[in-house]
Design a protein around this ligand. Structure first.
Ligand code: 13P
Ligand code: SF4
Length: 305
Protein backbone atom coordinates (compact mmCIF):
# COMPACT_ATOMS: atom_id res chain seq x y z
CA UNK A 1 0.00 0.00 0.00
CA UNK A 2 1.29 3.50 -0.78
CA UNK A 3 1.38 6.31 1.82
CA UNK A 4 -1.83 7.87 0.52
CA UNK A 5 -3.84 4.68 0.55
CA UNK A 6 -3.12 3.43 4.10
CA UNK A 7 -6.08 4.28 6.29
CA UNK A 8 -6.23 3.88 10.08
CA UNK A 9 -8.90 1.18 9.64
CA UNK A 10 -6.53 -0.85 7.40
CA UNK A 11 -4.04 -0.98 10.26
CA UNK A 12 -6.72 -1.95 12.78
CA UNK A 13 -7.94 -4.76 10.53
CA UNK A 14 -4.43 -6.12 9.92
CA UNK A 15 -3.58 -5.96 13.64
CA UNK A 16 -6.73 -7.93 14.47
CA UNK A 17 -6.07 -10.51 11.74
CA UNK A 18 -2.49 -11.04 12.93
CA UNK A 19 -3.33 -11.00 16.63
CA UNK A 20 -1.42 -7.82 17.57
CA UNK A 21 -2.38 -5.43 20.34
CA UNK A 22 -1.41 -1.83 19.50
CA UNK A 23 0.19 0.14 22.32
CA UNK A 24 1.12 3.81 21.76
CA UNK A 25 2.78 6.63 23.69
CA UNK A 26 0.90 9.91 24.23
CA UNK A 27 3.26 11.73 21.82
CA UNK A 28 2.25 9.74 18.72
CA UNK A 29 0.45 11.47 15.84
CA UNK A 30 -3.35 11.68 16.39
CA UNK A 31 -4.14 9.11 13.63
CA UNK A 32 -1.99 6.53 15.45
CA UNK A 33 -3.43 7.47 18.85
CA UNK A 34 -6.85 6.71 17.35
CA UNK A 35 -6.01 3.12 16.42
CA UNK A 36 -4.21 2.24 19.65
CA UNK A 37 -5.73 -0.30 22.02
CA UNK A 38 -3.77 1.37 24.81
CA UNK A 39 -2.41 4.91 24.94
CA UNK A 40 -0.35 6.23 27.84
CA UNK A 41 3.08 7.03 29.24
CA UNK A 42 5.94 4.60 28.83
CA UNK A 43 5.84 2.92 32.20
CA UNK A 44 2.02 2.72 32.41
CA UNK A 45 2.10 0.91 29.08
CA UNK A 46 4.92 -1.48 29.94
CA UNK A 47 3.11 -2.47 33.14
CA UNK A 48 -0.21 -2.77 31.40
CA UNK A 49 1.33 -5.15 28.86
CA UNK A 50 2.33 -7.50 31.72
CA UNK A 51 -1.37 -7.79 32.59
CA UNK A 52 -2.80 -8.69 29.18
CA UNK A 53 -2.90 -12.10 27.50
CA UNK A 54 -1.82 -10.93 24.04
CA UNK A 55 1.43 -12.55 22.91
CA UNK A 56 2.16 -9.99 20.18
CA UNK A 57 2.49 -6.23 20.67
CA UNK A 58 3.00 -3.44 18.15
CA UNK A 59 4.56 -0.56 20.07
CA UNK A 60 4.49 3.05 18.84
CA UNK A 61 6.95 5.27 20.68
CA UNK A 62 10.76 5.44 20.97
CA UNK A 63 13.32 2.68 21.50
CA UNK A 64 13.99 2.89 25.24
CA UNK A 65 10.23 2.57 25.89
CA UNK A 66 9.98 -0.50 23.64
CA UNK A 67 12.93 -2.00 25.52
CA UNK A 68 11.36 -1.41 28.95
CA UNK A 69 8.31 -3.22 27.61
CA UNK A 70 10.50 -6.13 26.44
CA UNK A 71 12.40 -6.26 29.76
CA UNK A 72 9.11 -6.58 31.67
CA UNK A 73 7.59 -8.93 29.09
CA UNK A 74 10.42 -11.12 27.77
CA UNK A 75 8.08 -13.85 26.54
CA UNK A 76 6.09 -11.50 24.27
CA UNK A 77 6.94 -10.57 20.71
CA UNK A 78 7.21 -6.78 20.50
CA UNK A 79 7.58 -5.03 17.17
CA UNK A 80 8.11 -1.36 16.23
CA UNK A 81 7.75 0.32 12.81
CA UNK A 82 11.14 2.06 12.79
CA UNK A 83 14.47 0.73 14.06
CA UNK A 84 16.00 4.13 14.76
CA UNK A 85 13.26 5.92 16.63
CA UNK A 86 15.32 6.90 19.62
CA UNK A 87 15.57 9.53 22.39
CA UNK A 88 18.70 11.72 22.21
CA UNK A 89 18.43 12.52 25.91
CA UNK A 90 18.34 8.82 26.83
CA UNK A 91 21.46 8.33 24.71
CA UNK A 92 23.32 11.19 26.42
CA UNK A 93 24.28 9.04 29.42
CA UNK A 94 26.65 6.09 28.94
CA UNK A 95 27.66 3.21 31.18
CA UNK A 96 31.19 4.70 31.28
CA UNK A 97 29.75 7.97 32.67
CA UNK A 98 27.85 6.07 35.36
CA UNK A 99 30.92 4.10 36.44
CA UNK A 100 32.98 7.31 36.57
CA UNK A 101 30.43 9.20 38.71
CA UNK A 102 29.81 6.23 41.01
CA UNK A 103 33.54 5.97 41.69
CA UNK A 104 33.78 9.68 42.39
CA UNK A 105 30.72 10.08 44.67
CA UNK A 106 29.98 6.58 45.96
CA UNK A 107 26.26 7.46 46.10
CA UNK A 108 23.12 5.64 44.94
CA UNK A 109 22.19 6.20 41.29
CA UNK A 110 18.55 6.86 40.34
CA UNK A 111 18.00 6.64 36.60
CA UNK A 112 15.17 8.29 34.70
CA UNK A 113 13.25 5.79 32.54
CA UNK A 114 14.36 7.87 29.52
CA UNK A 115 17.73 6.11 29.45
CA UNK A 116 19.48 3.27 27.68
CA UNK A 117 18.69 -0.21 28.95
CA UNK A 118 22.38 -0.96 29.68
CA UNK A 119 22.51 2.18 31.84
CA UNK A 120 19.43 1.00 33.77
CA UNK A 121 21.38 -2.20 34.42
CA UNK A 122 23.89 -0.09 36.40
CA UNK A 123 21.26 1.83 38.36
CA UNK A 124 20.08 1.26 41.90
CA UNK A 125 16.55 2.17 40.93
CA UNK A 126 14.60 3.53 37.94
CA UNK A 127 12.10 6.39 38.13
CA UNK A 128 9.69 8.14 35.78
CA UNK A 129 8.71 11.79 35.65
CA UNK A 130 5.55 10.77 37.53
CA UNK A 131 7.31 9.20 40.51
CA UNK A 132 10.87 10.67 40.55
CA UNK A 133 10.22 12.68 43.74
CA UNK A 134 8.78 9.68 45.63
CA UNK A 135 11.57 7.36 44.50
CA UNK A 136 14.30 9.79 45.58
CA UNK A 137 12.57 10.42 48.94
CA UNK A 138 12.45 6.67 49.57
CA UNK A 139 16.21 6.22 49.17
CA UNK A 140 18.17 6.22 52.38
CA UNK A 141 20.84 8.71 51.30
CA UNK A 142 21.05 12.50 51.17
CA UNK A 143 23.35 12.49 48.17
CA UNK A 144 22.00 10.90 45.03
CA UNK A 145 23.31 10.62 41.47
CA UNK A 146 20.46 11.32 39.07
CA UNK A 147 20.39 11.23 35.27
CA UNK A 148 20.22 11.82 32.43
CA UNK A 149 17.78 14.77 32.65
CA UNK A 150 19.33 17.76 34.46
CA UNK A 151 15.97 19.60 34.53
CA UNK A 152 14.14 16.71 36.18
CA UNK A 153 17.14 16.45 38.54
CA UNK A 154 16.70 20.11 39.55
CA UNK A 155 12.95 19.60 40.06
CA UNK A 156 13.61 16.57 42.29
CA UNK A 157 16.26 18.48 44.27
CA UNK A 158 13.78 21.31 44.85
CA UNK A 159 11.02 18.93 45.99
CA UNK A 160 13.13 16.66 48.20
CA UNK A 161 15.80 19.03 49.56
CA UNK A 162 18.41 16.32 48.85
CA UNK A 163 21.83 16.82 47.28
CA UNK A 164 21.04 15.64 43.73
CA UNK A 165 24.05 15.34 41.43
CA UNK A 166 22.92 15.45 37.80
CA UNK A 167 24.80 13.04 35.53
CA UNK A 168 26.15 13.44 32.86
CA UNK A 169 25.45 17.11 33.83
CA UNK A 170 24.93 20.04 31.46
CA UNK A 171 24.53 17.81 28.38
CA UNK A 172 21.62 15.81 29.82
CA UNK A 173 18.36 17.36 28.62
CA UNK A 174 15.47 16.87 26.19
CA UNK A 175 15.80 19.22 23.21
CA UNK A 176 11.99 19.40 22.88
CA UNK A 177 11.48 20.63 26.46
CA UNK A 178 14.77 22.41 27.25
CA UNK A 179 14.70 25.23 24.70
CA UNK A 180 11.31 26.77 25.48
CA UNK A 181 11.60 30.53 25.61
CA UNK A 182 10.17 32.27 28.65
CA UNK A 183 8.94 35.12 26.40
CA UNK A 184 6.98 32.61 24.31
CA UNK A 185 5.10 31.35 27.39
CA UNK A 186 4.59 34.91 28.67
CA UNK A 187 3.13 35.86 25.27
CA UNK A 188 0.68 32.96 25.53
CA UNK A 189 -0.24 34.07 29.06
CA UNK A 190 -1.08 37.55 27.72
CA UNK A 191 -3.13 36.04 24.87
CA UNK A 192 -4.96 33.65 27.22
CA UNK A 193 -5.05 35.32 30.65
CA UNK A 194 -7.63 32.84 31.98
CA UNK A 195 -5.60 29.75 31.02
CA UNK A 196 -3.69 27.56 33.47
CA UNK A 197 -0.23 26.30 32.54
CA UNK A 198 0.69 22.61 32.71
CA UNK A 199 4.36 21.77 32.20
CA UNK A 200 6.39 18.57 32.01
CA UNK A 201 9.27 18.44 34.55
CA UNK A 202 11.72 18.13 31.63
CA UNK A 203 11.38 21.92 31.16
CA UNK A 204 13.95 24.22 32.82
CA UNK A 205 13.25 25.89 36.18
CA UNK A 206 12.28 29.32 34.77
CA UNK A 207 9.45 27.67 32.78
CA UNK A 208 8.49 25.33 35.62
CA UNK A 209 8.09 28.38 37.89
CA UNK A 210 5.44 29.81 35.54
CA UNK A 211 3.33 26.64 35.67
CA UNK A 212 0.22 25.99 37.77
CA UNK A 213 0.89 22.27 37.48
CA UNK A 214 4.08 20.29 36.85
CA UNK A 215 3.75 16.60 35.98
CA UNK A 216 4.28 13.70 33.62
CA UNK A 217 1.98 13.11 30.65
CA UNK A 218 -0.09 10.64 32.68
CA UNK A 219 -0.45 13.20 35.50
CA UNK A 220 -1.27 16.00 33.04
CA UNK A 221 -4.22 14.10 31.71
CA UNK A 222 -5.73 13.92 35.19
CA UNK A 223 -5.15 17.57 36.10
CA UNK A 224 -8.01 19.28 34.15
CA UNK A 225 -10.55 17.14 36.02
CA UNK A 226 -9.31 18.73 39.27
CA UNK A 227 -9.24 22.29 37.91
CA UNK A 228 -11.94 24.91 37.34
CA UNK A 229 -10.09 26.35 34.33
CA UNK A 230 -11.49 25.84 30.85
CA UNK A 231 -8.25 26.67 29.04
CA UNK A 232 -4.78 25.17 29.47
CA UNK A 233 -1.40 26.06 27.99
CA UNK A 234 0.30 22.68 27.55
CA UNK A 235 4.08 22.84 27.83
CA UNK A 236 5.02 19.44 26.50
CA UNK A 237 5.22 17.57 23.19
CA UNK A 238 2.41 18.45 20.76
CA UNK A 239 1.00 14.88 20.70
CA UNK A 240 -0.44 15.45 24.16
CA UNK A 241 -2.86 18.04 22.78
CA UNK A 242 -4.82 15.42 20.79
CA UNK A 243 -5.06 13.19 23.84
CA UNK A 244 -6.27 16.01 26.12
CA UNK A 245 -8.84 17.24 23.57
CA UNK A 246 -10.28 13.78 23.32
CA UNK A 247 -10.50 13.42 27.10
CA UNK A 248 -11.94 16.92 27.67
CA UNK A 249 -13.77 17.95 24.46
CA UNK A 250 -15.38 20.96 26.14
CA UNK A 251 -12.05 22.52 27.23
CA UNK A 252 -9.36 24.30 25.22
CA UNK A 253 -5.74 23.15 25.08
CA UNK A 254 -3.13 25.53 23.70
CA UNK A 255 0.15 24.08 22.35
CA UNK A 256 3.57 25.73 22.46
CA UNK A 257 4.98 26.25 18.96
CA UNK A 258 7.82 23.93 18.00
CA UNK A 259 7.42 21.32 20.74
CA UNK A 260 7.72 18.34 18.41
CA UNK A 261 9.71 15.19 19.15
CA UNK A 262 11.12 14.27 15.77
CA UNK A 263 11.75 10.66 16.77
CA UNK A 264 8.21 10.12 18.10
CA UNK A 265 6.96 11.41 14.76
CA UNK A 266 8.96 8.89 12.71
CA UNK A 267 6.04 6.48 13.04
CA UNK A 268 3.31 7.05 10.45
CA UNK A 269 0.37 5.16 8.96
CA UNK A 270 2.45 3.64 6.18
CA UNK A 271 5.38 2.28 8.20
CA UNK A 272 3.00 1.09 10.92
CA UNK A 273 1.03 -0.89 8.34
CA UNK A 274 4.21 -2.36 6.83
CA UNK A 275 5.49 -3.25 10.27
CA UNK A 276 2.40 -5.37 10.92
CA UNK A 277 2.56 -6.88 7.46
CA UNK A 278 6.18 -7.99 7.90
CA UNK A 279 5.95 -8.46 11.71
CA UNK A 280 9.16 -6.48 12.03
CA UNK A 281 11.25 -4.73 13.49
CA UNK A 282 11.37 -7.03 16.50
CA UNK A 283 12.62 -5.50 19.78
CA UNK A 284 15.39 -7.59 21.34
CA UNK A 285 17.35 -6.93 24.54
CA UNK A 286 20.46 -8.82 25.68
CA UNK A 287 19.31 -11.27 28.36
CA UNK A 288 21.96 -10.42 30.96
CA UNK A 289 21.38 -6.68 30.58
CA UNK A 290 17.61 -7.23 30.71
CA UNK A 291 17.87 -9.20 33.97
CA UNK A 292 19.84 -6.41 35.68
CA UNK A 293 17.68 -3.61 34.29
CA UNK A 294 14.60 -5.48 35.48
CA UNK A 295 15.87 -5.47 39.07
CA UNK A 296 16.17 -1.64 39.00
CA UNK A 297 12.70 -1.31 37.43
CA UNK A 298 11.17 -3.67 39.99
CA UNK A 299 12.71 -1.68 42.86
CA UNK A 300 10.85 1.34 41.58
CA UNK A 301 7.62 -0.67 41.45
CA UNK A 302 8.13 -1.76 45.06
CA UNK A 303 8.58 1.87 46.14
CA UNK A 304 5.70 3.37 44.20
CA UNK A 305 3.02 0.68 44.09
P1 13P B 1 6.13 10.67 30.15
O1 13P B 1 6.81 9.58 30.92
O2 13P B 1 5.64 11.80 30.97
O3 13P B 1 5.10 10.11 29.21
O4 13P B 1 7.25 11.35 29.24
C1 13P B 1 8.05 10.65 28.38
C2 13P B 1 8.88 11.57 27.61
O5 13P B 1 9.57 11.15 26.71
C3 13P B 1 8.88 12.98 27.97
O6 13P B 1 9.53 13.70 27.01
FE1 SF4 C 1 13.18 11.96 24.38
FE2 SF4 C 1 12.38 14.47 24.55
FE3 SF4 C 1 11.39 12.90 22.66
FE4 SF4 C 1 10.70 12.55 25.22
S1 SF4 C 1 10.23 14.32 23.94
S2 SF4 C 1 11.28 10.94 23.75
S3 SF4 C 1 12.62 13.05 26.24
S4 SF4 C 1 13.53 13.55 22.86
Amino acid sequence: KSAVSVRPEDIRKLADEKGYVIVAHNYQIPELQEIADYLGDSLQLARMVTKIDAKKILFLGVDFMAEVMKVLNPEKKIIVPVRHSTCPMANSLTVEDVIKFKEKYNAPFVVYVNSRTEVKAYADVVCTSANAVDVVKAIDSDTILFGPDKNLASYVAEKTGKNIIPIPGETGYCYVHNYIKEEEIKKLIVQHPDAEIMAHPEVPKNIRDLAHFVGSTSQMEKYPAKSQATKFIVVTEIGMIAKLKKLYPEREFIPVTGMVCYNMKKNNLKNTYLSLLEESVEVLVDEEIAKKAKIAIERMLEITE
